[in-house]
Design a binder for this molecule. Structure first.
Ligand code: 13P
Ligand code: SF4
Length: 363
């Protein structure tokens, strides 16, 4: 999805790191309890240090929903800010510091493709028994589709609970947009490979036959995360050769061959908790975004924390949020003309909230 971010005023692009830090600090003081800054674990240090709360996408959604702040700055990506807007009241503003901070995986399923898939599937199976489940990494329009059709949202921290719930509501699930989270969770639940079929939105009937669909339990949308798909079993092998007593922890957006050879698999918040509770002297190889891994290494100097892939690239959209954008948003609120407000259309918001609330109730 194309979102055009207007260029930042010169005041912010030419400021020194120290000036920006002073402006952010002063603005936080002026706004006081009216303001809540949320920071996802993949944010840069220069941003996360200002966050009032850090977390994975589930925790941040919960914190947003419980917050009484009227100005919520979401240092994360677009789908996270949209979810926060859906879960908060009309008197609360949600701001995304850079409108181009999207998620390439979320963009792999658009609402037209999902509706087309649903129509095709309704021609070959009893659609009432198909439950749509969307990963949090999806647009509000897709969350609304899911809410209207009896499904729910899930995140990497509750995908199993949500899928178990879904399979009590119907006999089959259409899971989007991350095939890997769906497949990894399916294997964890005991499903066999042949019960989990890949739905390719660019092919007629997803590239499947009616008979194959009839026999499936999980239909997995052909989407992936460009950051997590970089990790391979060879990375795990290399880490184990270098650290024979080490532990491997990966995010469930990694492919199944990586998850299979890891010791633990979990959301970013779980990865953080596991690292923090590991005994001093532990060696841990991590398969997730590099800013988080580097911060874990810096915050746990008594442990050896490394990225499984030494050449790993950052999440380029999370990386768009920086101190200049944060300072700009804060000062625009003080000036009474807030920029970059994320406002989901009420007709979409209503059903997206149903899908998000189902997830919150299930977990
Ligand atoms: P978490 O919910 O685990 O933070 O994951 C969000 C995400 O986008 C990972 O790539
Ligand atoms: Fe999206 Fe991957 Fe970035 Fe997470 S790491 S926000 S899934 S592109």
């Amino acid at each position: 999805m194309l979102r055009i971010q207007t260029p930042l005023p010169d005041r912010y692009t030419t400021a020194s790191a120290e000036e920006l830090a002073n402006w952010i600090s002063e603005a936080k003081e002026i706004l006081g309890s009216r303001l809540l800054i949320l920071g996802h674990h993949y944010q840069r240090d220069e941003v996360i240090k200002w966050a009032d709360a850090r977390g994975d996408s589930f925790l941040l959604a919960q914190i947003a929903q419980e917050s009484v702040a009227t100005e919520i700055i979401f240092c994360g990506v677009h789908f996270m800010a949209e979810s926060a807007d859906v879960l908060t009241g009309d008197h609360q503003n949600v701001i995304l510091p850079d409108l181009n901070a999207g998620c390439s995986m979320a963009d792999m399923a658009d609402i037209d493709q999902v509706e087309e898939a649903w129509d095709s599937l309704s021609e070959v199976i009893e659609i009432e028994n198909l439950i749509p489940i969307t990963y949090m990494n999806s647009s509000a329009a897709i969350k609304a589709f899911v809410g209207r059709n009896g499904g729910a949202v899930c995140t990497s921290s509750n995908a199993r609970a949500v899928l178990e719930w879904a399979l009590k509501q119907g006999s089959r699930v259409l899971f989007f947009p991350d095939q890997h989270l769906g497949r990894n969770t399916g294997f964890e639940m005991g499903f066999k490979e042949e019960q989990m079929l890949l739905w390719d939105p660019r092919k007629e009937l997803g590239g499947l036959t009616a008979a194959e669909i009839e026999q499936s339990t999980l239909l997995l949308w052909r989407g992936w995360c460009s950051v997590h798909q970089r990790f391979t079993p060879a990375h795990v092998e290399k880490f184990r050769a270098d650290h024979p007593n080490g532990e491997v922890i990966v995010h469930p957006e990694c492919s199944h061959d990586v998850v299979e050879v890891a010791d633990r698999v979990g959301s970013t918040e779980r990865i953080l908790n596991w690292v923090q509770s590991a005994p001093p002297g532990s060696a841990i190889g991590i398969g997730t975004e590099i800013h988080m891994v580097q911060r874990l290494a810096a915050e746990n100097p008594d442990k050896t924390i490394v990225s499984l892939d030494p050449l790993v690239c950052p999440c380029s959209t999370m990386f768009r949020i920086d101190a200049p954008h944060l300072a700009w948003c804060l000062e625009s609120i003080i000036a009474g003309d807030p920029v970059n407000r994320i406002s989901v259309d009420p007709s979409v918001s209503e059903w997206a909230r149903v899908a998000l609330q189902r997830m919150l109730d299930i977990t």
